[in-house]
Structure formats: structure tokens, C-alpha cells
Design a protein around this ligand. Structure first.
Ligand code: NAD
Length: 253
């Protein structure tokens, strides 16, 4: 029997990066998967690449309540139930000191990274099957500060608060809620952050980040997916309200 046989997994930010790697692993472990992201073209291409009869997708902007209700409803109608909710979509925003950070940009980061997670918890969890698991993607930026990433760091700290309250409020239905705290991962997001820190010198910035990681390298999205699988599976059935750090030893020193 596969780890997620017949389980329904809903993944926001599923068109690429960590979400896509997680979708692939969940499908291999027998799950039915709903991918949510903003762009239809990218979602379509990802669905084609993953090529599974157990995969569906739905376009939605996680920062809009009506879109969150739409992707919840679509998942329930396609699969009849939700067991695992990977509340994962996020953006990095600009890299600028607080004094120069554009207010509109702050609003976008908070709308997607914080309100998007909040709305997901509000509309999805009540519809989940008892005994389900919710995994919210925070970051090492939810454990410590990074210069220039004020809005991102604030949003990733704040989702820990949502996780703690949701863990308390849904425990009577045996629904577990935990946050995931990856360090730098080899996805588009890190390329964008590196380029913003020092335009034209992304490789040097990457080397600097790697120096701060005990294992001296970024994670691959597939390694993060393994942690999601653990938190989604029965192997973690007594774990709720916790912060799961997967950073190659970045936050330790
Ligand atoms: P990515 O940019 O490769 O993917 C982000 C996904 O989120 C995409 O599918 C995108 O379409 C989706 N998305 C963005 N805004 C959305 C919106 N408003 N509505 C719906 N979907 C939206 O990034 P990634 O590296 O895979 O990041 C996934 C999560 O992991 C994010 O929350 C990110 O903050 C977090 N994270 C990433 C890293 C890293 O180093 N890459 C480290 C720690 C945490």
C-alpha cells in the first residue's frame, strides 16, 4: 500500500517549484492531487508534464476570498473530500530596506503570503475530512531576519501564528496543522532574490547564502517534498502545532 493511497491532496502554488515537486511525489504515493496557481498556461503545462489521471488543476489567486472558495469547491466536486492541504503559494517581493520598501509591494506580499494562507485556513479546513493534515509553507525567514526582505520575513513569521491557532481550533476533528520552514531551495524564487540583491551577480549571492548553510548547498524541491509527505502521512499522526525546519542547518548558527 502506498503512503497516500486514495488521499486527496490540495496544493496551492502547485504550478512550479516546491508545489510541483510535492505534487509529483504525492501522485507517486497514490494520492489524487489538485493543483492551484494563478496562471492557466503554466498550470496546464505542469499538468501535462505530470501526466496523471489523478491530477486536476484550478486557476485561482489565493489572496482573493472568492477564488479560495472556488478552488475549495472545485476540489470537493472533482474528488469528494480533502485530506491534505498544502497551503504553500507565496511570493518573495522586492529586496529593499524597510525605509525604501514600496507600500504597494508590502501590501502584495502580505496579501498573498499571509492573507492567502489565512483564507485557505478559513475556507478549506472546515471542509476537510476528519484526521486530515494541513501544511503551511513558512521559511527560515519565519525564524530569523534577512536584510531587505522585511515584508517577506514579516509574512513568514505571521503564518506561524495562524498555524498555532488553527492547530488548536481543529484538534477536536483530529486535523493536524504544522508549518514548514525551508532554507534556500533551488527554484525560481531564489534566482529572483539573488538577482535582486546584486543584479548580474546572482551566482556570487548564491555562494554567500551557501556559506551560511551547514551543508553548503541549497535544497532541491524534491527534498522539501519529502518533508511535506512526512507531515501529510500517518507517520506524523501525533504531530500538530509545530514548526518543521528543513534548512540544511542554516538557522542553527
Ligand atoms: P515559485 O516561485 O517557484 O512558486 C510559487 C508558486 O506560487 C507558483 O506556482 C505561483 O504560481 C504560485 N503563486 C504565487 N502567487 C500566487 C497567488 N496569488 N495565487 C495563487 N498562486 C500563486 O516558489 P517556490 O520556491 O516553489 O515557493 C513555494 C513556497 O515556498 C512559497 O511560499 C515560498 O515563500 C516558500 N519558500 C521558498 C523557499 C525557496 O528558497 N525557494 C524557501 C523557503 C520558503
Amino acid at each position: 500500500m502506498k503512503t497516500l493511497e486514495n488521499k486527496v491532496v490540495l496544493i496551492t502554488g502547485g504550478s512550479r517549484g516546491i508545489g510541483k515537486a510535492t505534487a509529483k511525489l504525492c501522485l507517486a504515493e497514490g494520492a489524487k492531487v489538485m493543483l492551484v496557481a494563478r496562471g492557466e498556461e503554466k498550470l496546464k503545462a505542469t499538468a501535462k508534464e505530470l501526466n496523471s489521471a489523478n491530477l486536476e488543476y484550478c486557476t485561482a489567486d489565493v489572496s482573493k476570498a472568492e477564488d479560495v472558495q472556488k478552488y475549495t469547491k472545485t476540489t470537493l466536486s472533482k474528488f469528494k473530500g480533502i485530506d491534505i492541504f498544502f497551503n504553500n503559494a507565496g511570493i518573495e517581493g522586492s529586496v529593499k530596506p524597510i525605509k525604501d520598501y514600496p507600500n504597494t509591494e508590502f501590501d502584495s506580499v502580505i496579501d498573498i503570503n499571509l492573507k492567502g494562507v489565512w483564507l485557505g485556513c478559513k475556507y478549506v479546513i472546515p471542509k476537510m475530512n476528519d484526521g486530515g493534515s494541513v501544511i503551511i509553507t513558512s521559511s527560515v525567514a519565519g525564524l530569523k531576519g534577512f536584510s531587505g526582505l522585511g515584508a517577506y520575513v514579516a509574512s513568514k513569521h505571521a503564518v506561524v501564528g495562524i498555524m498555532r491557532v488553527a492547530a488548536i481550533e481543529f484538534a477536536d476533528r483530529n486535523i493536524r496543522v504544522n508549518t514548514l520552514h525551508p532554507g534556500p531551495v533551488n527554484t525560481r524564487m531564489m534566482r529572483s532574490i539573488e538577482e535582486s540583491i546584486s543584479p548580474g551577480h546572482a551566482e556570487d549571492v548564491k555562494k554567500g547564502f551557501e556559506e551560511d548553510i551547514l551543508f553548503k548547498r541549497y535544497a532541491e524541491p524534491e527534498e522539501i517534498a519529502q518533508s511535506v509527505l512526512f507531515l501529510a502521512s500517518n507517520a506524523s499522526k501525533y504531530i500538530t502545532g509545530t514548526m518543521h525546519i528543513i534548512d540544511g542547518g542554516m538557522a542553527v548558527g
